[in-house]
Design a protein. Structure first.
Length: 495
C-alpha cells in the first residue's frame, strides 16, 4: 500500500491537535468541563472554539492568555462567556481559592466558561461563535466512504513519551482521495502516549475515521516544510531573538516547476518560541507574509487557513522566521528534540498541486539552502558521504604537509589563504562540519582528525579567524517524527 499526500480544492480540515493537558492542569477542573452540545462528553480544549483544542480561542481562552496563562483572581471573577456565571463558578472555584495542584471546592456539574451555558451545562442560546456541536461539518465529505483505523488497545507505558507504530490496511483497488479525517481519542490524557505524570494502568485505543472518495478531485494537496536543522544557537537572556531560514527560488524550482497555490500552513517551535511567520520572497527582492503567528505557543499551535489562497511562482523563495524568548535561560539554547530545553524553527505550508516528488521539505545551513549545500558538497571530493575527511586527497595533503596546529608557518600562509576561501572549507559548510564535532556520536578518531585539520587550516588567521557568529543553519533533513507532527494532515490519497 502506498500513501501519497493529497487532496484538492474543496476539503475539510478538522484540526485535531490535542488539547494539552498542561493547560487543563492550570485551571480548576480543567479535565471535567462538559461539552455544551452533549453534557455527557468532555470539552477538551477549554480555551478553544473546538472541542479538541487548537485553532481559534474562545473568549475564555483569550482572557486566560491575557492573564499570562494563569488562573488569577481576575480571571476567576470574570464572566468570559457572559452567561451570568463567573468563570470560577463555572469551573467549581466560586470563591477563587484554587491553586494548581489543589482540589477544587466542587467537581460536579462543571460547565463551559467560554460558551454561554445554562446551569445544567447545555448551550443556552445562539453562541457568540460557530459552535460546531457534532464537531464535524463538511459538505465536501458528503457521500464519501469511511474507514475507521484505531490502535489496538494497549496499556500506556509508564514513561514520559512513547512512539508507537501500527500498520493499517487501506484500500488498494483504485485511486482515492482522502477528503477529511476525524479523530477518536479514547484517552485524552495520553494522545501520542505522552505520559508526563508517569501514570500506570492507563489504556488507549485512539484512532481516526478517514473519509475518502473515488470521485477524484483535480489536485492533490501537499505539505512542504522549510526550516533550519541542527545549527540553531539562541543566546541566553534575550527577550526576542529572531532566526530565519530561506529556501531559495532556484531550489524551490526543483520541487515544483509550476506555480503552486498555498492554502495555509503552520509554524513550529518549542517552548521558547513566541512568534513566527512564513513568507515568500518575490523575484523583485520584496517579500510577502503568507501567515503569521504574532503570539505563538507550542501548547496552542494554530493551523492557518488563508481566506484567499496565495501563489508561489517560479523563482520565488519560501522563508520562515522564528522568534524566541530566552530571557529565562542561562545558557545558549541549541537545536534538539526536547521541548523544554532545546529549540527548532520550521514552517509548513499546505499547497497544491502536489508533485510526484517525494521531497517534503527544504532546510538550510546558514545562508545556504539544501540545494546549494548539495551542489557545494558535490565539489568537495575530500569529504566522504558522512563528512569524514579523506586525508589522501591533494587539498588535505597540502594542508597537512604545510600547516601546523597552533603556529603559523610561513609556508602555510598561502595554502591557508587558498583554501580558506574555498566553499568546501569556509562559510556555512565549514560551520556545519565543525559543528559535527559536538555530536555525541562523533568518535574520538573523527574528532582528532577534524580538530587537527581545522586547527592547521586556521593557524595563520589573526585573532583565531572564525569570528563569524554561528546563528542559524542546517541541512540534509532526516525527517524525524516528533509528536507535534501527528496532528498533521491526515489528508492522503491512497494510490
Ligand atoms: C452524547 O455523548 C455520548 C457519549 O459520547 C453518546 O453516547 C451519545 O450518543 C451522545 N448523545 C447525542 C445526542 O449525541
Ligand atoms: C485524565 O487525567 C485526569 C486527571 O489526572 C483524570 O481525572 C482522568 O480520569 C483521566 N482520564 C482518563 C480517561 O484516564
Ligand atoms: C526574517 O528574519 C530576518 C533575520 O532576523 C530579517 O532580516 C527579515 O527581515 C525577516 N523577514 C521577514 C519577512 O520578517
Ligand atoms: C517539470 O515539467 C515537466 C514538463 O514540462 C514534467 O515532465 C516534470 O515532471 C516536471 N518536474 C517537476 C519536478 O515538477
Ligand atoms: C539561571 O540562573 C539563576 C541565577 O543563578 C537561577 O536562579 C536560575 O534557576 C537559572 N535558570 C536556569 C534555567 O538554569
Ligand atoms: C517541561 O517543563 C514543564 C514546565 O516547566 C514541566 O512540567 C515538564 O515536566 C517538563 N517536561 C520535560 C519533558 O522535561
Ligand atoms: C581519497 O582521495 C584519493 C585522492 O583523491 C582518492 O584516490 C581516493 O579514492 C579517496 N578515498 C575515498 C575513500 O574517497
Ligand atoms: C605566496 O604568495 C605570494 C603572492 O601571491 C608569492 O609572492 C609568494 O612567493 C608565495 N609564497 C610561497 C611560500 O609560496
Amino acid at each position: 500500500m502506498r500513501i501519497t499526500g493529497g487532496i484538492l480544492t474543496t476539503f475539510c480540515l478538522l484540526q485535531i491537535s490535542t488539547a494539552y493537558p498542561y493547560f487543563r492542569d492550570k485551571i480548576p477542573n480543567g479535565h471535567l468541563v462538559a461539552n455544551p452540545c452533549n453534557i455527557s462528553e468532555i470539552w477538551f480544549g477549554v480555551g478553544h472554539k473546538q472541542r479538541y483544542g487548537n485553532g481559534e480561542r474562545n473568549q475564555f481562552g483569550l482572557d486566560f492568555q491575557r492573564q499570562g496563562m494563569q488562573w488569577t483572581n481576575d480571571l476567576c471573577r470574570m464572566d468570559s462567556d457572559e452567561d451570568g456565571s463567573t468563570n470560577g463558578a463555572e469551573l467549581g472555584d466560586p470563591n477563587c481559592k484554587w491553586v494548581p495542584g489543589g482540589v477544587p471546592i466542587q467537581s460536579q456539574g462543571i460547565t463551559h466558561p467560554g460558551v454561554c451555558t445554562d446551569s445544567s451545562g447545555h448551550a443556552c442560546k445562539e453562541p457568540g461563535f460557530d459552535l460546531k456541536c457534532d464537531g464535524f461539518q463538511c459538505d465536501a465529505a458528503t457521500g464519501t466512504r469511511k474507514l475507521e483505523i484505531r490502535y489496538t488497545q494497549m496499556e500506556v507505558p509508564t514513561q514520559p513519551k512513547t512512539y508507537k507504530c501500527q500498520a493499517f490496511a487501506l484500500p488498494t483497488d483504485k485511486d482515492y482521495h482522502l477528503i477529511a479525517a476525524t479523530p477518536h481519542i479514547s484517552n485524552i490524557n495520553h494522545t501520542y502516549y505522552y505520559n508526563e505524570k508517569l501514570a500506570s494502568g492507563e489504556v488507549d485505543a485512539s484512532g481516526l475515521t478517514l473519509h475518502f472518495t473515488d470521485n477524484l478531485r483535480p489536485n492533490d494537496l501537499g505539505i512542504f516544510r522549510v526550516g533550519l536543522n541542527y545549527l540553531l544557537f539562541i543566546p541566553p537572556k534575550r527577550k526576542r531573538f529572531e532566526v530565519s531560514a530561506v529556501c531559495g527560488g532556484d531550489c524551490m524550482r526543483e520541487y515544483s516547476n509550476e506555480t503552486i497555490t498555498i492554502i495555509g500552513g503552520q509554524s513550529e517551535m518549542f517552548y521558547h518560541g513566541v512568534s513566527g511567520k512564513m513568507y515568500k520572497g518575490k523575484t523583485d527582492g520584496t517579500s510577502e507574509v503568507l501567515f503569521e503567528d504574532s503570539e505563538y505557543h507550542l501548547d496552542s499551535p494554530k493551523l492557518h487557513l488563508l481566506d484567499t489562497p496565495k501563489t508561489l511562482g517560479q523563482g520565488e523563495s519560501l522563508g520562515v522566521n522564528c522568534t524566541y524568548d530566552s530571557s529565562s535561560e542561562n545558557k545558549t539554547l541549541l537545536y534538539g528534540i526536547d521541548v523544554n530545553s532545546t529549540e527548532v524553527c520550521f514552517g509548513h505550508i499546505l499547497y497544491y498541486p502536489k508533485e510526484g516528488s517525494i521531497e517534503k521539505g527544504c532546510t538550510t545551513i546558514g545562508d545556504l539552502d539544501q540545494c546549494e549545500i548539495r551542489d557545494i558538497v558535490a565539489q568537495c571530493e575530500h569529504l566522504d558521504i558522512v563528512g569524514h575527511l579523506n586525508k589522501s586527497h591533494p587539498a588535505l595533503k597540502e594542508i597537512f604537509d604545510n600547516c601546523m596546529f597552533g603556529r603559523c608557518l610561513q609556508e602555510c600562509v598561502n595554502v591557508s589563504e587558498k583554501y580558506s576561501t574555498h566553499p568546501c572549507f569556509s562559510g556555512s559548510l565549514k560551520d556545519f562540519l565543525v559543528w559535527t564535532l559536538s555530536l555525541p556520536e562523533s568518535d574520538d578518531d573523527f574528532k582528532t582528525i577534524m580538530l587537527d585539520f581545522w586547527g592547521r587550516l586556521d593557524s595563520c588567521k589573526t585573532n583565531n579567524g572564525n569570528d563569524k557568529h554561528m546563528t542559524s543553519i542546517s541541512s540534509v533533513l532526516p525527517c524525524y517524527g516528533h509528536w507535534l507532527s501527528v496532528w498533521v494532515l491526515v489528508y492522503f490519497v491512497f494510490v
